[in-house]
Design a protein around this ligand. Structure first.
Ligand code: THU
Length: 232
């Protein structure tokens, strides 16, 4: 697949086979890639545009231009209207592509604290930061709330969708921090997504009092939803 973008965008679409990707260019001039990320629980699927807009907002940027060839993302009109996006079908060679990889992280807890301040939380004021560990380095995410509550993304999902869009699909662990959470803990929907992306991997929960607890994803979601008839 050649897409004058500098990266090879690969959807995670094992259930439908639908290849879907896009770029959101922010007012800063940075381009944020997004790919479709399906889940075995279909309603938890992240359309490419949701991934790209949330990545842009989580970086403190404002979405300005959508670049997407066919097929169009689900709920496209919500995002286009909400952010008055200009829509272009020709994908250029972006000079400034968002690179989510952090290669020299000395202090994970300190970075999580700094990251949490970047959460976009106009509705809840409840910041969450996530750091996804890959063999190449860390990928960060914060939670993003938009006007439609159900279309925002948790910090964990921002990190995973940024990673997949940038071509990182192997994850070794995930760190989560919610300063106002007392006991930081991923929501049920994120647990379902973690089960798909980090099966039997470690989730480190950094709690409000500075303590840390370590869990296997399989322990966080016992008897989680799965079905061989849905697996491709
Ligand atoms: N949130 C996360 O970012 N991760 C979770 O696992 C739990 C919930 C966010 C979503 C929303 O922005 C805020 O916390 C309140 O639900």
């Amino acid at each position: 697949m050649s897409k004058k973008s500098g990266i090879s965008l690969q959807s995670y679409s094992p259930y439908s086979g639908i290849e879907e990707y896009c770029f959101i260019e922010g007012t800063s001039g940075t381009a944020y890639p997004g790919v479709r990320i399906e889940n075995i629980s279909f309603p938890l699927t992240i359309p490419a545009i949701q991934a790209a807009v949330c990545s842009c907002l989580a970086n403190g940027d404002q979405p300005a231009i959508l670049y997407q060839q066919k097929p169009e993302s689900e709920l496209l009109s919500y995002w286009v209207d909400q952010y008055s996006l200009a829509v272009k079908q020709e994908i250029p060679a972006f000079q400034n592509l968002y690179d989510p990889l952090l290669t020299s992280v000395a202090d994970v807890a300190a970075l999580l604290k700094k990251l949490a301040e970047k959460a976009i939380v106009p509705h809840s004021g409840f910041e969450v930061a996530a750091l996804l560990e890959t063999p190449a380095g860390f990928i960060c995410g914060v939670n993003v709330e938009v006007s439609a509550w159900s279309l925002g993304l948790c910090a964990e999902r921002v990190a995973i969708s940024r990673a997949v869009a940038a071509g990182y699909t192997e994850f070794t662990s995930l760190h989560i921090y919610a300063p106002k959470g007392d006991f930081s803990s991923p929501c049920g929907a994120c647990r379902q997504i973690l089960t798909e992306w980090l099966p039997d991997k470690i989730v480190k929960l950094h709690h409000g009092d500075g303590s840390l607890s370590t869990h296997y994803t399989s322990h966080l979601l016992p008897y989680g939803f799965t079905s061989n008839s849905l697996k491709k």
